[in-house]
Design a binder for this molecule. Structure first.
Ligand SMILES: [Zn+2]
Length: 190
């Protein structure tokens, strides 16, 4: 069996170019057994990639996460594999953190949504750090306005009168963090 070095495989392509097609087992006598997923039609030419525990973790992260942190050149970035829609686990974490109330108007008795602080269109990630609880009306009203412009709108100034002082301060503090927040890059295909 051909052996590959971990650093020679395009880890960032796992989950995109490379997907799980089966599971490899080892028997009592070390005989390999590969079970393929239904409908997988694989011409098997297995190549072995021996990995350290850290490398194994890296692989697992790449396969599991919606947004994968990585280093590209000098820059720390998140490679976006995920869809724009937010999975419910992330939403509920955000709602809970925000006490189940809109961060822009304070309303808490209507269906809530999550709003990207750095908008999806400009590379914002679908992560708890980049999401705020928002009622549908505020979310719709903000649209694609950048976060700093949004806080300057008459709409926000009016609505935020209903917020507690803490929330107003926290919303403002986000402005200081904007530059250091992770954004995505497009994954270029080779
Ligand atoms: Zn609202």
């Amino acid at each position: 069996m051909q052996e590959l070095k971990f650093e020679d495989i395009p880890v960032m392509d796992f989950g995109n170019e490379y997907t799980i097609a089966g599971i490899l087992f080892k028997g009592h006598n070390n005989e390999p057994l590969i079970v393929t997923l239904p409908q997988e039609n694989i011409q098997l030419q297995p190549r072995l990639v021996p990995v350290t525990l850290d490398e194994w973790n890296e692989l697992m992260q790449q396969l599991d996460y919606n947004n994968v942190e990585g280093i590209r050149g000098e820059q720390k970035v998140i490679l976006r594999k995920s869809q724009r829609n937010v999975d419910s686990k992330i939403s509920w974490t955000v709602f809970k953190r925000d006490n189940y109330a809109c961060r822009y108007c304070g309303i808490d008795h209507v269906p809530l949504t999550v709003d990207h602080i750095i908008t999806w269109e400009t590379g914002g990630t679908t992560s708890v750090e980049n999401l705020l609880t928002s009622c549908k009306q505020c979310n719709r009203t903000r649209g694609n306005l950048s976060y700093d412009k949004w806080l300057q709108t008459d709409y926000y100034k009016e609505k935020s009168k209903f917020l507690s002082a803490d929330v107003i301060i926290n919303n403002k503090r986000i402005l200081e963090k904007l530059d250091s927040m992770l954004t995505t890059v497009n994954v270029r295909r080779r």
